[in-house]
Ligand binder design. Structure first.
Ligand code: ZN
Length: 175
């Protein structure tokens, strides 16, 4: 017998059930929940920071943060691997994983990958810039502004500028 759309809808978990699920999983795994705006997770002590769950997306993000603690491959040095597998844990353990949740996960991974990639290109470009003395303008949108700012001041050495920008560009995101 096929299900009518109404029956399918009735199978979808409610927000209250999603919220209860997060609380249950965290309790079972001794993970402390902090309700703050910024989504992140700490491994030791096991703690997550999430927004109160009022939407399927917030539920998906909470699962993702839990995935950073009890998911697979979270000890890997590659941040991209950790991110991917935290989402994989969320996907596998959700009461229901909807297309909207998947879309959000993919968007997060894509922007994370872009961030990582630009950081990498950036340091590579700067390493080359140090050798050749050429300031790489294309790799970073503010490079030309920074360069002219540096010139105007005439105080900041190119190396200091490079280090500062590199620090900013390579700081790993926390979530
Ligand atoms: Zn993450």
């Amino acid at each position: 017998m096929t299900q009518t759309p109404t029956e399918i809808r009735s199978l979808a978990p409610t927000i209250a059930q999603m919220r209860a699920h997060i609380v249950r999983v965290c309790k079972a795994n001794k993970i402390e929940i902090n309700y703050e705006r910024h989504a992140s997770a700490s491994y030791r002590p096991p703690e997550i920071w999430i927004r109160p769950i009022r939407s399927p997306r917030a539920y998906a993000i909470a699962l993702h943060e839990i995935g950073h603690i009890i998911g697979r491959y979270q000890m890997k040095s590659s941040a991209m691997v950790r991110e991917r597998w935290a989402w994989e844990w969320a996907r596998r353990n959700a009461l229901q994983w909807t297309p909207a949740m998947e879309q959000h996960a993919e968007r997060c991974l894509k922007s994370y990958a872009a961030e990582q990639l630009s950081g990498l290109n950036f340091s590579e470009q700067y390493a080359r810039a140090r050798e050749t003395g050429a300031f790489p303008l294309r790799c970073f949108p503010y490079a030309s502004q920074l360069q002219s700012f540096g010139k105007q001041l005439g105080l900041i050495s190119a190396n200091l500028l490079i280090s500062l920008v590199q620090l900013g560009g390579l700081e790993p995101p926390t979530s």
